[in-house]
Design a binder for this molecule. Sequence first.
Ligand code: CMP
Length: 143
Amino acid sequence: MEKTFLMVKPDGVQRHLIGRLVQRFEDRGFELIGAKMFRMTKEQAEYHYAEHKEKPFFGELVDFIISGPVFGMVWQGENVVALSRVMMGKTNPLEATPGTIRGDFAVDKGSNVIHGSDSAQSAEREIANFFRPDELMLQEPPA
Ligand code: CMP
């Protein structure tokens, strides 16, 4: 079953949005198989955002994501990578449709509440950056 890494960013944690965001993904029918609040190290942040290393906003991006606690989650479900990105909405606030998370909660390109993996491959890399295998509830629950 497909997995993705979703993360409530420091602005979302400060704004007490964790519960409402978790609710949206549960309502959609996805399974939460791992979650924790933590402060990202600079090394984890630079690895997480490695594909943006050459962008002018890279330093700002890393500083922001380590500026406070984040709430990292691993979700499982059919097409969870693509569907969660639809639910998140576009990065550019001018393109984020109302009804999506960013369309409902964000007005800034950087402080945009939530991160979600952009492919199953990225998800695997991102999950391994933040979770040990034993932190994920991979087994089926007992009947
Ligand atoms: P996300 O898609 O989670 O991962 C890359 C992030 O880069 C993106 O969210 C934005 O938060 C951030 N980002 C994109 N463009 C800019 C920008 N112009 N200035 C600051 N941050 C940006």
